[in-house]
Write a protein that binds this ligand. Structure first.
Ligand SMILES: Nc1ncnc2c1ncn2[C@@H]1O[C@H](COP(=O)(O)OP(=O)(O)OP(=O)(O)O)[C@@H](O)[C@H]1O
Ligand SMILES: [Mg+2]
Length: 229
């Protein structure tokens, strides 16, 4: 188990606010997540879960506020320029979305390799690693197929492999099993825990799936733009 006793803080957020015009969506979120921790975020539709995840994942920016802080893997995210931030995101963060967002014209193997190619890793090394990940996910026989030739659960597993190819410190998942049947959802959830135990990754998972939410080390409940527990 990788849950660190020395409690290295992988994510430190203070006073995160987000306004969309007049709409105050995040109302001062404070959050600490430890390395190797699996944290679930639940809450009603519209509570601000996706907004928070996108901000923690550096895909969106919080509104400037006094006392705001966002440190990820000990880096000050809010003061990075775009180029540095893109590089940081590519190397440190992995994303799994409800709709896998694979590129339709590429095979499973190619989809998995893309983030590594963006990081300038060699073709051979990347393909070897991608094949290893796909095998681990039970997809060795499907690597040369395009997304529309794969089942929903298979596509989601390809998306998981793509999220893992650069061995990111943190995986952000937004409704990762929202689109899967019960058995595929359970397999995916087991996989998250297996990956944490074997590779030590930190997971932040937004979910409406009660079972997944309760399996997490910690469940955060969002209510009206704030974490209520
Ligand atoms: N780009 C945007 N522009 C304007 N309003 C937005 C934008 N994105 C989200 N919102 C609004 O912000 C609020 C929070 O949205 P968010 O997507 O974070 O909710 P959520 O908790 O993820 O909900 P769900 O469970 O339905 O996915 C909602 O009222 C939503 O309509
Ligand atoms: Mg959402």
């Amino acid at each position: 188990m990788f849950l660190c006793e020395n409690s290295f803080k992988m994510i430190q957020a203070k006073n995160l606010h987000k306004y969309y015009d007049q709409l105050h969506v995040l109302k001062g979120v404070d959050l600490h997540i430890k390395q190797g921790e699996i944290v679930s975020i639940v809450g009603a539709s519209g509570a601000g879960k996706t907004t928070l995840l996108q901000i923690l994942g550096t895909l969106d920016q919080p509104t400037a506020e006094n006392g705001i802080e966002l440190r990820i893997n000990n880096e000050d995210i809010l003061n990075m320029n775009d180029k540095t931030l893109s590089k940081f995101r590519n190397l440190n963060l992995g994303f799994i979305f409800q709709f896998h967002q694979l590129l339709p014209e590429f095979t499973a193997l190619e989809n998995v390799c893309i983030p590594a190619f963006i990081a300038n890793k060699s073709k051979q090394e990347t393909e070897t690693e991608a094949k290893k990940l796909l095998a681990y996910l039970g997809l060795s026989h499907r690597i040369n197929h395009k997304p529309n030739e794969l089942s929903g659960g298979e596509q989601q597993r390809v998306a998981v492999a793509r999220a893992l190819i650069n061995k990111p410190a943190i995986i952000f998942a937004d409704e990762p099993s929202g689109n899967l049947d019960t058995a595929s959802a359970e397999n995916l959830h087991q996989l998250f825990f297996k990956l944490r135990d074997e590779l030590g990754q930190t997971f932040v998972i937004v979910t409406h799936n009660e079972e997944l939410a309760n399996m997490a080390d910690r469940k955060l409940v969002m209510v009206d733009g704030q974490i209520s527990n």
